[in-house]
Write a protein that binds this ligand. Structure first.
Ligand code: TYD
Ligand code: MG
Length: 469
């Protein structure tokens, strides 16, 4: 009989190697590769008798579902981001920087669920009972029936949550503190975190309780510990916020039971997180009207329109290689817009530093922001102020053509609701103009927009040169 070859598996990313290596070729982590028997040890070695399998009952897809699979928290922004509440029997990982407000969010969610009659267990591995109580008092959650434990041992946690009536939701804060007797590695290591998370997921699947796991994020934005944890859970949410800003965004990165493009917006206050039902107002607050280099982008986050200010600063560079600094948008996309401005519109920024910022710390992934970005860049370069009552959206192709984007009507409607009267948009959106109730200026080519902006700046204070057409 041919002996199956042993494999060397990275405990972080799961990459298989044919020999032992110090550094994983898949993820670049050191000392994560461990020898594993591909047969899982079955039948190998003396005295090992393969266990005889026990047939499990097969069942039909249709049939009674005993209770609503989702648990609504009643916190609309949280329910929206999760796709309608926590799902029974599933595990959600919530990642975020330390201090961003994960524990606060989950304590508020726990309190809200408890008020609705659910049995909630909050297991804190990071903070002592007194600390958690203090936070609960601050959040007016102390009088609810949330059950609290300060514990880090996986077996003890499982014994605790498995006792008595089944909990509806279990919160583990955080997975980095979990340690199990069965794993031989030191607490906090990849193996320990993985073992702990596995045990928690198994509990959720077996009992039908929803499991919320908190995970810290490393400097490069990944959830600390093994990346495989992200594959094991049903949903991964990230809780984000910019330093210095008070609002926080809960975003689904992966969701087996819901959409991944919805966001929940909160504001951190002295009494915990407050929901922000209209994020546009927040992102547009404190706009610097009358300054060149700003354009309002009418964007979409999932099904919700969000208006946000795009700020650009273009200045002659003293460096050989000019700086390109972007906050909140894709740097590659900026390079593309700059190249199109150069090649098709005569706007040369090759010797200028370019800074681009999405106000308020929002992160935009939509190509629909191209037009607003281009407008802000040209406005900054020319010194021409864009009309303060106008929104922009549209995708720019490499030829300089302005392409239509999805959900134009929803974007226009939101703009009108917030008092905007003009929209600079791709041609196709014109049909939706009547509905929108705004003056729609359709642009088919970026060069037209550049010429318009440059012309509007003529005669103003300090107009800088735009090469123009
Ligand atoms: P926390 O939930 O402990 O963060 P995490 O669990 O993600 O590490 O929140 C930490 C910050 O939130 C802390 O700096 C204080 C602030 N905070 C408020 O501003 N208001 C509040 O009501 C609470 C509870 C916290
Ligand atoms: Mg915390």
């Amino acid at each position: 009989m041919v002996k199956p070859r042993t494999q060397f598996i990275c405990q972080n990313c799961g990459t298989a190697h044919s020999r032992w290596v110090g550094k994983c070729e898949g993820c670049g982590e050191w000392n994560t590769v461990v020898e594993e028997d591909p047969m899982g040890g079955i039948g190998s070695g003396p005295g090992k008798v393969p266990k005889k399998g026990r047939p499990v009952a097969l069942t039909a897809l249709s049939g009674e579902i005993e209770e609503a699979p989702r648990i609504h928290t009643g916190i609309a922004e949280l329910d929206r981001a999760t796709g309608g509440g926590f799902v029974r029997g599933s595990a959600v990982l919530i990642g975020g920087d330390p201090g961003i407000g994960k524990s606060t969010l989950l304590m508020q969610a726990a309190a809200a669920l408890s008020r609705r009659g659910h049995r909630i267990i909050y297991v804190s591995g990071e903070e002592a009972v007194a600390q958690v109580r203090l936070r609960a008092q601050r959040l007016h959650a102390a009088e609810t029936d949330v059950l609290l434990a300060a514990e880090t041992n996986v077996e003890d946690i499982l014994a605790t949550v498995g006792e008595g009536k089944r909990p509806d939701l279990v919160i583990i804060d955080s997975i980095q503190t979990l340690w199990s007797d069965t794993a031989e590695a030191a607490p906090g290591t990849v193996t320990q975190v993985r073992t702990g998370v596995q045990a928690m997921i198994r509990f959720a699947k077996q009992t039908g309780a929803a499991m919320v796991l908190v995970g810290h994020v490393t400097k490069d934005g990944q959830i600390a510990g093994p990346r495989v944890v992200e594959h094991m859970v049903d949903a991964v949410m990230s809780f984000e916020g910019e330093g210095g800003h008070h609002f926080r965004i809960l975003r689904a990165v992966k969701n087996r039971f819901g959409p991944t493009d919805e966001i929940g917006v909160f504001e951190m206050t002295g009494k915990g997180l407050r929901e922000v039902p209209n994020p546009s107002e927040l992102f547009l607050a404190g706009r610097d009207l009358g300054a060149p280099g700003t354009a309002v982008f009418a964007g979409m986050e999932g099904t919700r329109p969000v208006l946000v200010e795009i700020q650009a600063l273009v200045a002659p560079s003293t460096l050989g290689t000019p700086r390109r600094a972007v906050v909140g948008w894709d740097p590659q996309r900026l390079s593309m817009v700059l190249a199109v401005l150069d090649a098709h519109c005569g706007v040369r920024l090759g010797s200028h530093d370019v800074y681009l910022n999405v106000a308020g710390g929002l992160r935009i992934a939509e190509p629909a922001a191209d037009l607003a970005v281009a407008a802000a860049l040209v406005s900054s370069l020319s010194g021409a102020v864009l009309p303060s009552d106008a929104v922009h959206f549209g995708e720019i192709s490499l030829s300089g053509a302005v392409r239509p984007v999805a959900q134009a009507a929803a974007r226009l409607k939101e703009a009108r609701k917030l008092g905007f009267t003009r929209a600079v948009v791709p041609e196709i959106a014109r049909g939706e103009q009547a509905e929108a109730g705004l003056t729609v200026q359709a642009v088919t080519h970026l060069a037209t927009l550049v010429a318009d902006i440059a012309a509007s700046g003529v005669g103003r204070a300090k107009p800088k040169a735009v090469a123009g057409e």
